[in-house]
Design a protein around this ligand. Structure first.
Ligand SMILES: [Zn+2]
Length: 408
């Protein structure tokens, strides 16, 4: 760990680490449920100290951590594969497409990174209970990390969350409260829950260490890419926290002198859940009206981290794109067929976006493009089934199997 202060992303005021826990107290006065969070905090490190201590030959990434290593929960998170996928790239006319497969985290999603750091913080603060609202993945992640750290996870999810995610949370031993409502309802209720009953709230962006936890994926990409900044990283976006986390990784690395430029960040949203996309394109914010995408992990009406996400795209020189459910399902199949990666629909949205941009001037043919795969396909098998046709059963004879049409 390195010394840091929290800085408000809205008014710029700085706070000592233990002076605040969630949002900037000044700006949070203007926050009310039903709008994106105001006053999200960002950890600003002593970058000169990191610059002095960091060694690229033997990198100590804990220098970029906002919690001391001694508080880390006993469950390995991260170190997921990063590899070039020439076949998938060629499919769309690009020479240098890479995959960061974060679906291979312990609970099957990138959200494990945020839960890891927030539970480390709970250890530091001696909190025994961590509360979150989630569309599913953040909750599974919190439940997994809390199980390893012997903490109580209290989880509010929309009752429509995919069954595999609900099964995960319950098996990990979390106290799961399905809500007859949306993710936004669950978010609002979880804030009320911790305000009344205590515990540490892990709500995404509301707790600043969710962004810090997710930044580890960007730092890993940097190391796996031999400290070269990729040209472009395509990020599936729901509430905007993963986008904020990836940006923060490269912002920190640049501030510490590890790199000279930021990757262009591409915000990928589902067409029916695209509040951040519209905000980036028009400069005017409005909630998404009744989001109903198959990509449940990025189905959000009121994205908590909309302001920071927009800043991340603008400051990185990136842009935003939307994709339809049909394009997402096609992307999911192509990613599996061409790269051997089974991703959940939200993650496959990046492939759909790459396909959509194949003839665009926004991406260069030879640029290094990274697709951030944020969740495993087994998280939502029903969604995958919507994009394929199941083969018909045959009689258990040689005639039966040889009569079966085989695609070679
Ligand atoms: Zn503020």
């Amino acid at each position: 760990m390195t010394e840091f202060v929290y800085q408000c992303s809205n008014c710029g005021k700085r706070y000592r680490r233990d002076e605040v826990r969630y949002l900037c107290p000044l700006c949070a006065r203007d926050y009310r449920p039903g709008i994106p969070l105001i006053g999200v905090l960002s950890a600003q490190f002593d970058y000169a100290a990191i610059r002095r201590k960091f060694n690229k030959v033997k990198p100590d990434w804990n220098l970029f951590s906002a919690v001391e290593e001694k508080f880390f929960p006993p469950i390995p998170v991260g170190n997921t594969p990063f590899f070039q996928t020439a076949v998938l790239g060629r499919q769309f006319g690009f020479d240098n497409v890479w995959v960061k497969n974060d679906g291979l985290n312990p609970s099957g999603s990138l959200k494990d990174r945020a839960s890891f750091l927030v539970v480390a913080e709970a250890n530091r603060l001696k909190e025994t209970c961590v509360v979150t609202a989630s569309t599913g993945n953040a909750a599974s992640a919190l439940a997994a990390v809390c199980a390893a750290a012997r903490k109580m996870a209290i989880i509010l999810v929309p009752e429509t969350a995919p069954k595999a995610k609900l099964a995960q949370m319950i098996l990990y031993g979390a106290r799961v409260i399905p809500v007859k409502g949306t993710y936004d309802d669950a978010f609002r209720l979880s804030l009320a829950y911790t305000a009344r009953r205590g515990g540490l709230n892990r709500n995404t962006a509301y707790h600043p260490l969710t962004i810090e936890g997710k930044k580890s994926v960007g730092l890993e990409i940097l190391q796996q890419n031999n400290f070269k900044t990729p040209d472009v990283i395509m990020v599936p976006v729901g509430d905007g926290v993963i986008l904020g986390g990836v940006f923060k990784a490269f912002y920190d690395a640049k501030a510490a002198g590890l790199i000279r430029r930021l990757p262009r960040l591409v915000c990928v949203q589902a067409e029916s859940s695209s509040a951040i996309h519209h905000y980036i394109v028009s400069g005017m914010y409005r909630n998404a009206d009744r989001p109903h995408t198959i990509a449940d992990s990025i189905s959000v009406s009121v994205p908590a981290n909309a302001h920071m996400a927009r800043t991340a795209v603008r400051e990185s020189g990136g842009f935003s794109v939307t994709v339809t459910d049909e394009e997402i399902l096609k992307g999911q199949r192509l990613l599996a067929e061409k790269a051997g990666v089974f991703a959940e629909p939200a993650a496959a949205a990046t492939v759909a976006a790459l396909s959509k941009l194949r003839n665009s001037e926004l991406l260069g043919r030879k640029e290094q493009i990274v697709l951030l795969i944020t969740g495993h396909g087994l998280k939502d098998v029903d969604a995958a089934l919507a994009g394929i046709r199941m083969p018909v059963s045959v009689e258990p004879t040689m005639e039966g199997i040889t009569s079966f049409p085989v695609r070679v």
